[in-house]
Design a protein around this ligand. Structure first.
Ligand code: NAD
Length: 350
């Protein structure tokens, strides 16, 4: 396991995407997002994605230098087409627009279709919370990302379908919930496979629909499936991610027959609220702060392990990794170096 300083990694990642065809700004946005995801402890959506993104770009599954295109504009309601561009850019541009509309109308509903991988979804409520807005986001992946068995089923029917929500915190980092509705994100199975580790029981089915803890069984032929979290509850939320993000945006719910079934496409429904428009922004912040204090005052179930609120573990990991470096396993590192070398990016420069 290597430890790499984030400040050295980010320009290296940007150079890889610039060499792969992204304009400088786009390459920098992708690099910042992936490094930040790793800093926050979401390795599954961080550096491990570099080689995959490069291969998607080469295969035409994601298109460089695209922008969020408004296809419907009804003021507080917007539909955006991502033109299969990098989700890091499409998501950022779209969220800036949603923030502007929430400021004007008190709230905004935005559906994004045909975006490339939107990465760590928590990045989007975070951007909005930094501007003072509360938000909730439902995401699906039509076609290529079908990985999850519905509760009671035995093969892949849904995508990992994350839900994220955020709220600003007076004088501190926002509270951010960021969860896949699958019992694990697919990237974490990749991480376990790269590290040669097993997964906890209750997460995976093998290609015959039998429970397994072996990440290899998930990638075998026939492939395995991920179970939803919380049995019927996670499965139900996943169904509504498909409907709200996929069907409503026009980007399609999971469906192997959809026109985008052969590429990785994220769709997202975002609802953004300006607390000030509901009454008093100060009273809202005070009430959230009271709730946070009340929750954290619960005596720890395990002595020494405090109650954590959404987003707190990521802040802690961020601070630790910023100081100690980003852990990168050998397999992931060799994939990154192979991508860089194939694009003529000399690692020695970084
Ligand atoms: P996870 O299981 O690590 O859960 C993360 C959430 O739980 C965070 O909000 C975190 O603050 C909170 N949390 C963690 N430990 C906690 C504790 N002890 N107490 C209280 N709260 C705690 O995340 P996941 O479901 O594995 O998802 C990982 C990442 O994968 C996310 O960033 C998600 O957006 C991303 N993802 C993206 C896609 C996509 O299509 N783009 C698909 C699936 C997942």
């Amino acid at each position: 396991m290597k430890k790499i300083e984030a400040a050295r990694m980010e320009p290296f990642v940007a150079a890889i995407f610039a060499a792969a065809g992204s304009e400088e700004t786009e390459a920098a946005i992708i690099a910042a997002h992936l490094v930040e995801a790793s800093l926050m402890g979401h390795d599954s959506h961080g550096l491990i994605r570099i080689s995959k993104y490069v291969s998607w770009l080469r295969a035409g599954e994601v298109v460089a230098n695209q922008h969020a295109r408004v296809v419907t504009d009804r003021g507080a309601l917007l539909v955006i087409d991502g033109n299969f561009g990098f989700g890091q850019v499409i998501g950022k541009e779209a969220m800036e627009l949603a923030a502007e509309r929430a400021r004007l109308h008190g709230m905004a509903a935005m559906a994004i279709r045909n975006s490339g991988h939107l990465g760590r979804i928590g990045a989007w409520p975070e951007l909005l919370a930094q501007r003072g807005y509360a938000s909730i986001h439902f995401v699906n992946t039509s076609g290529y990302g079908i990985l999850v068995a519905p509760h009671g089923g035995s093969d892949r029917r849904f995508s990992a379908n994350p839900i994220a929500a955020g709220v600003p915190r007076a004088g501190g980092s926002p509270y951010i919930l960021d969860i896949a509705t699958s019992s694990t994100a697919e990237g974490k199975i990749q991480v376990a496979r790269n590290k040669g580790k097993k997964l906890p029981a209750g997460m995976l089915l093998d290609g015959q629909g039998r429970p397994t803890d072996d990440p290899q069984a998930f990638y075998a032929d026939p492939p395995g499936a991920i179970l939803p979290f919380g049995a019927h509850k996670g499965s139900g939320l996943s169904f509504f991610c498909e409907v709200l993000a996929g069907s409503l945006s026009g980007g399609f719910a999971s469906n192997p027959q959809s026109p985008t079934a052969k590429r990785l496409v994220n769709n997202m429904l975002s609802m953004v609220f300006d607390p000030a428009a509901f009454g008093s922004a100060e009273a809202f912040a005070e009430d959230v702060s009271r709730l946070a204090g009340w929750s954290k005052a619960s005596p720890p179930a395990n002595p020494g392990e405090a109650v954590l609120l959404p987003g707190e573990i990521e802040r802690k990991t961020y601070a630790e990794r910023l100081a100690d470096g980003l852990p990168v396993d050998e397999e992931t590192w060799s994939q990154i170096v192979a991508s860089a070398t194939s694009l003529g990016v000399a690692i020695s420069k970084f």
